[in-house]
Design a protein around this ligand. Structure first.
Ligand code: CTP
Length: 405
């Protein structure tokens, strides 16, 4: 069931910390490798020995253990490596303090440091006093974490240790273990789907040596192709001219111009159940291409442009039951322009990217908004293109499930 996957189990300091033993046991029984990390406060509620015995692994208790500076450094590096190699980070119980630290991106102990160093799925099972749970600060922190992709296993209602009655009691350990299983099972949630992805720029020839193009690196589209293949989909990747290796298990069709990209997409569209148009297709091309190199002696050429085929729009017209996803790179009016494109081009989702700064075109990271036809707007904070690909595919898988139902 677990495929030997590993879970980093963060335990923070609340009365419910003792229940982490039950969660660790359930995960261990399911076959997951469990590495427990306890905050200093958690060790006041349950001993590391309990979790070590249940998981069969030494428990990480602090970033700066009582050791010599050299040992401290090597063990901190080693621990961060352990954290980064995990397949999922679960924090149960997650106190209001941990939620606030994660939301802010603080890194003042091992668990909060591991959280920042970790890029995989995050599951949080909060537990706290009802007033703390209902405080606007906690609500906002949770909303922020959710918008970054964290899964929240909501606490139960009931009588709490402090005597109050209301929400705040840690969810049932079996439910929490189930949420972990679900989050990891998503790995092949696109099994049976055929995902057609466009990526990179196009080049529109002016003459045999010159062309009109743009700064797209193709990395976003390639990240989507790679993630979709890993999640079990058959992937057809239509790539403009980019210097990127073909992701594993993807069929790649190299094209140069918008016309060629359009032909490739349209000829394979029938096979697709999902189409993700991440390419930065040139909107215009020279009306005529000179068969010979334009010479300076002939004077400054007047280049007349014409429109290229709008691939996404044509795909929208042929969409049927497919899930269609577009991108909108904007320098202004991000949400408004993207929403207009979403509707005008018949997409189910559109990823709106602000252009400029250290995210977007030709860089490793990206950010933006994910807009859907039902009016939802999810903020995508700056993250790696790999992580963003996963977020887009989470929404895709959900839409496919809804359309199939
Ligand atoms: N797109 C396409 N074919 C084109 C132009 C764009 O398939 N000829 C797709 C892109 O792959 C992207 C989406 O349409 O998914 C939006 O592209 P963008 O260039 O931002 O939008 P445009 O339609 O060109 O609108 P505008 O020029 O007003 O920004």
């Amino acid at each position: 069931m677990s495929d030997g996957k590993s879970v980093l189990l963060g335990v923070s300091g609340g009365i419910a910390a003792y229940k982490s033993a039950e969660i660790a046991r359930a995960l261990h029984v399911d076959g997951y490798r469990v590495q427990a990390v306890m905050t200093r406060a958690a060790t006041k509620f349950i001993t590391p020995l309990t979790l070590a015995s249940l998981t069969g692994n030494k428990v990480i208790t602090d970033l700066f253990a009582d050791a010599s500076p050299d040992e401290t450094l090597s063990s901190a590096i080693e621990h961060i490596e352990v954290a980064q190699s995990a397949d999922l980070l679960l924090v149960a119980p997650a106190t209001a303090d941990v939620l606030a630290k994660f939301a802010l991106g603080l890194a003042d102990d091992f668990l909060s440091t591991a959280h920042l160093a970790f890029e995989g799925p995050l599951v949080l099972a909060p537990a706290m006093n009802t007033r703390m749970w209902e405080h606007p600060a906690t609500r906002e922190n949770l909303a922020l974490l959710r918008s970054r992709g964290a899964r929240i296993v909501d606490p139960d209602s009931g009588e709490l240790a402090c005597g109050t009655i209301g929400p705040g009691r840690l969810a049932d350990p079996a439910l929490i273990a189930g949420a972990v299983r679900d989050a990891l099972r998503e790995d092949d949630d696109l099994h049976g789907e055929c995902v057609l992805v466009t990526a990179g720029p196009t080049r529109e020839a002016l003459d045999p040596v010159r062309f009109l193009s743009n700064r797209s690196s193709g990395r976003m589209g390639f990240a989507i192709a790679e993630a979709a293949a890993r999640r079990g989909a058959k992937v057809i990747l239509v790539a403009g001219p980019v210097g990127l290796p073909t992701p594993q298990s993807c069929e790649r069709i190299d094209v140069v111009s918008a016309e060629e990209m359009n032909d490739a997409v349209m000829s394979r569209f029938d096979e697709a159940t999902v189409a993700v148009m991440a390419a930065a297709v040139a909107d215009y091309r020279p009306r005529s291409t000179s068969p010979q190199k334009l010479k300076k002696r002939d004077g400054i050429p007047a280049v007349e442009l014409e429109e290229t085929p709008d691939i996404l729009r044509s795909a929208g017209e042929r969409k049927g039951q497919r899930v269609l996803i577009g991108f909108a790179a904007e320098t202004e009016g991000l949400e408004e322009n993207a929403r207009h494109k979403l509707l005008a081009k018949g997409c189910d989702l559109i990823v709106a990217n602000p252009v400029g700064g250290s995210t977007g075109f030709d860089v490793d990271r990206n950010q933006g908004l994910l807009l859907s036809t039902d009016g939802d707007v999810v903020r995508l904070d700056p993250m790696s293109k790999g992580r963003m690909a996963e977020r887009i595919l989470d929404a895709t898988a959900e839409l496919r499930r809804r359309k199939a139902a």
